[in-house]
Design a protein around this ligand. Structure first.
Ligand SMILES: C[S@@+](CC[C@H](N)C(=O)[O-])C[C@H]1O[C@@H](n2cnc3c(N)ncnc32)[C@H](O)[C@@H]1O
Length: 221
């Protein structure tokens, strides 16, 4: 079995990582805090703090102009990516919750990025199927119900421009992907998704141990 070269992520080391990343801006910071205050039972759904600047970085790195997000919640990842879009860029974000996304809308307006974000409230699979069929997406972020990941992947891949990027969150699912006792539920869905991604010859993918696991996949050809 391969030996890990990863440094154990202690609380101190995690704080060090955050201290050497771009800091959250005041609207992002307020959104993290208000999400924990208003929705303490679900606040873990929000992307990890180090993922906000990473998503912005990926949008800038790829020069993405058309971004699709599956899973809005209270809007931190959408805010981070929208801020990084070039002039004329657009982000379509999909969710089923009016309550959580109402909070997102407030933050986007406060940040002045609401004009470039198109929030669609409906089951994400329906919203994805309603998108134009031809390749037009530069970057997609999948971060919603785990039993939908494979279907979301299958709707997004043909709509990706050549070289387009898919970012999928929670691909380690707290380590459940390697726990043989986990035979159902989200951990098992993510395990099946990871197999699906690894076998997809249309895409070149790498799995990273960022937060709860992040896969980056690029459309080849
Ligand atoms: C992990 S959270 C997204 C976190 C978000 N990216 C952020 O940074 O704050 C997952 C979201 O997926 C949404 N969701 C769950 N099932 C869905 C479905 N079938 N269609 C669309 N959205 C769904 C939930 O309402 C929730 O807001």
């Amino acid at each position: 079995m391969a030996e890990t070269k990863s440094a154990p992520l202690t609380t101190e080391l995690y704080a060090y990582v955050l201290a050497h990343n771009p800091p959250l801006d005041p609207v992002q910071r307020a959104l993290v805090e208000s999400t924990h205050t208003l929705f303490p039972d679900s606040a873990l759904k929000q992307v990890a703090e180090e993922q906000a600047p990473l998503l912005a970085f990926l949008v800038r790195l790829t020069g993405a102009r058309q971004v699709v997000e599956v899973g809005t919640y209270t809007g931190l990842s959408a805010l981070s990516m929208a801020r990084a879009l070039p002039a004329g860029g657009r982000l379509i974000t999909l969710d089923i919750s009016e309550e959580w996304t109402a909070h997102a809308r407030e933050a986007w307006a406060e940040a002045g990025v609401d004009d470039r974000i198109d929030l669609r409230i409906a089951p994400a699979l329906d919203s994805l199927r309603a998108l134009p069929a031809e390749p037009h997406i530069d970057l997609a972020f999948i971060d919603a119900n785990k039993d939908g990941y494979i279907d979301y992947w299958e709707e997004i891949v043909p709509r990706l421009r050549p070289g387009g990027l898919i970012v999928a969150d929670n691909v380690l699912f707290m380590g459940q992907v390697v726990d043989p006792a986990v035979t159902g539920g989200p951990g098992a869905h993510i395990r099946a998704f990871n197999e699906h991604v690894a076998a997809d010859r249309r895409m070149e993918s790498v799995m990273l141990t960022v937060a709860d696991g992040l896969t980056l996949a690029r459309r080849t050809g």
